[in-house]
Each structure stands twice: as structure tokens, then as C-alpha cells.
Write a protein that binds this ligand. Structure first.
Ligand code: NAI
Length: 334
């Protein structure tokens, strides 16, 4: 079965997904797009030879749309995810599922009312081969329990509209989800360390910062978020176990040796660094939609990440350790 896809908000991320669906991902066909900016919807519809819907409601309820991809910006996700659930359609929603835990709770309530999991959240790092190998080593027990994880999330630059709290709920949310998945447990507390600020930033930002999280069993995760590092998109992770250490390989690229010395190319953005992960997450989602099954990170994962972000944002604006507040997991997500 070819899954007929309707996409809401085909901007940078959405069109990157569409290009992969057109070229390297099997089993999906775009049938239409909608956007709050009708000019963008028209441009993208012409580029892909599909329908430009007047509204997300028209797209979601169109009988030719089997499944919905939501790639609009975070605050717009909730309404369209809930409308897709009410229409009984499977939905892939880019991260964040919604910007607050309260909004994610409303999405989970709609799913529980529908009685089945329809929502997959685009936490693509779970599909990255290097993180998967790291998890396989941890799960094998060969290096004992995880004691600490040191992460870094560096971006070349961010635009002026990147808000003061985005370092946590737009950027660190990737490590938050990946660490929940890697370690297989929830976080209970958050703290933010605020080192000397780079001069290469907009005034309203604390950049860099270090988010320090603790899990239920006491594993400590620190995440350096440095979004104006200038030199590249650099994602680092070192897991310290009781009898060994596992680190992500550097950039998944070859190493060059010449008269300059030994060096390798630095990736400049998420699409370059996580290309394979993006392909794998959407391929797995389309395969599952064709079987009418749920797969991948659920609305619960979106909610849990939002709860940790909420605590992290509180810790960013007030010094000290902040508790992560999270409801018990509803039976649908057990
Ligand atoms: P963008 O600004 O390039 O595209 C967003 C699009 O959504 C625009 O065309 C905009 O007009 C449209 N839009 C905004 N509000 C809307 C609404 N209410 N209804 C319909 N359309 C609406 O943004 P970008 O970078 O493509 O980000 C989109 C989403 O993807 C965000 O949730 C972002 O966090 C996520 N993202 C995920 C990444 C990842 O690594 N998984 C990387 C970059 C973005």
C-alpha cells in the first residue's frame, strides 16, 4: 500500500522530509499541503505537483489523505494533532509535540478517547545508527550500569527570534528524549549552569548553558547547549558506565590526513548530520501506517520530554534544582 500523505506546514523541515520521501523513502506519496501562509502552500504544491488545501482542517478531513505529517511550528501542533486524532488518522508530528506539558496532556486525552495510539513524534535521534550502537552496548550489560552521560549540542548560529527558553525546549529537547530512550528511565530533576556568555550571541540569550539532569536511579546527564559556536553543528555524547565508556563517533565521516594534519569535515546542520536517522524514522512510520500500526516515539514521549523541558526552563530562570513533575503513565502507553 502507498500511504497518501497530507503535510501541514511544509517549511524547511517539512520540505526536507518531502525531498527524502520523493527520493529515498519508499511507500509514501504526497497528495497535498496546507500552510498558514497560503503563498507557501501554493509554492510547495506547485513544486511537488499536489493540491494546496485552504486550511489544515480541509487537509486532515480529505478522504484522499491517509495520514498527516505536521511540520508547522511548535505552538501550532496541538490543534492539528487533535483534529487528526478526531478524524481517526495517523499523524507524524515534528518535535516538540507541543510546547507545554499541559498541551501534551490534552493530546494524550484525545488519543485515550480514541482508544488507540495514532501519534508519532519526530524524535529522530533514536534512529541514528551511532546512538543505536551506544544503546545496544549499554543494554548488553558489558559496561555495567550507566553512571553519567556527557552531551553537547552545538549549532553554528541561531536567528534573533530564537527565544531565551528555546535552548531548553527547542534544542536540548533532543538530548532529553534521546537520554530517556537510551537510559530507559525518566528524569526527576533539572538544574541549569550558566557559564560565561559568548560575545557571538543576541543579548537575550544565555549561551552557552549546561543543563544537568538526574534520572530516577541517579544517573547524571549533563548537556552543553551552545547555539552560537560558529564552527559547525557538533553533536557529542559520551556515556560512562561502571566498567567502560562509549562515545559517539565524530560526525560519521572519514578522517582526512594531509599537509594541514589530520582532520574531518564538520557537518553544518541537522539534515546533514542526521540524514540517515530522518530517513529511517519516516520509513519506519510509513511502513507501520501501511499495516495500520503505531510505531516510534509516542504522545507519552512527547509529554515526558515537555515535562523535563518545563523543569529545565524553570531552572533557567531561577537558580537551583527543580523537580520534574510528571503524571503516572496512562495504560494506553504502558
Ligand atoms: P519553518 O519556519 O521553516 O517552517 C514552518 C512552516 O509552518 C512555515 O511554512 C509556516 O508558514 C508554517 N506554519 C506556521 N504556523 C502554522 C499553522 N498554524 N498552520 C499551518 N502552517 C503553519 O520551521 P522548521 O525549521 O521547518 O520547523 C518546523 C518544525 O520542525 C518545528 O516544530 C521544529 O521544532 C521542527 N524541527 C525539527 C528538527 C529536528 O531535528 N527533528 C530540526 C528543525 C526543525
Amino acid at each position: 500500500m502507498t500511504v497518501r500523505i497530507g503535510m501541514i506546514g511544509p517549511g524547511g523541515m517539512g520540505q526536507a522530509h518531502l525531498d527524502r520521501i520523493r527520493t529515498v523513502i519508499a511507500g509514501g506519496e504526497l497528495v497535498g499541503v496546507s500552510d498558514i501562509d497560503p503563498g507557501n502552500a501554493k509554492r510547495v504544491a506547485e513544486k511537488y505537483g499536489v493540491t494546496a488545501f485552504d486550511s489544515s482542517a480541509d487537509l486532515i478531513n480529505d478522504p484522499d489523505v491517509d495520514a498527516v505529517m505536521i511540520c508547522s511550528y511548535g505552538p501550532a501542533h496541538e490543534a492539528d494533532v487533535i483534529a487528526s486524532i478526531k478524524a481517526g488518522k495517523r499523524v507524524f508530528c515534528e518535535k516538540p509535540l507541543a510546547p507545554t506539558a499541559d498541551a501534551c496532556e490534552r493530546i494524550m486525552a484525545a488519543e485515550q478517547e480514541a482508544g488507540r495510539k495514532l501519534v508519532t513524534v519526530g524524535f529522530m535521534r533514536r534512529f541514528d545508527e551511532s546512538y543505536r550502537q551506544m544503546k545496544a552496548i549499554l543494554d548488553s550489560g558489558e559496561i555495567g550500569e550507566a553512571l553519567m552521560v556527557h552531551c553537547a549540542h552545538r549549532n553554528p548560529t541561531v536567528p534573533e527570534h530564537y527565544t531565551w527558553d528555546a535552548a531548553i525546549n527547542d534544542t536540548a529537547i533532543h538530548e532529553i528524549d534521546t537520554m530517556r530512550w537510551l537510559l530507559g528511565e525518566e528524569f526527576v530533576s533539572a538544574r541549569v549552569d550558566k557559564p560565561k556568555k559568548t560575545s557571538q550571541r543576541f543579548e537575550h540569550l544565555q549561551d552557552p548553558l549546561v543543563l544537568v539532569l538526574t534520572t530516577q536511579s541517579g544517573t547524571r546527564v549533563d548537556d552543553e547547549v551552545f547555539v552560537n559556536c560558529q564552527y559547525g553543528y557538533d553533536i557529542r555524547c559520551e556515556l560512562v558506565g561502571e566498567t567502560g565508556v562509549v562515545s559517539l563517533g565524530d560526525q560519521n565521516q572519514v578522517v582526512r590526513r594531509d599537509s594541514v594534519g589530520q582532520h574531518n569535515k564538520i557537518t553544518m546542520d541537522h539534515n546533514e548530520r542526521f540524514w540517515g536517522a530522518f530517513v529511517a524514522e519516516v520509513q519506519q512510520w510509513l511502513d507501520a501506517v501501511a499495516r495500520d500500526e503505531h510505531t516510534g516515539p509516542s504522545a507519552w514521549d512527547g509529554y515526558a520530554a515537555a515535562c523535563v523541558c518545563d523543569a529545565g526552563v524553570r531552572a533557567l530562570s531561577a537558580d537551583g534544582v527543580v523537580a520534574v513533575e510528571m503524571m503516572d503513565k496512562p495504560a494506553l502507553y504502558a
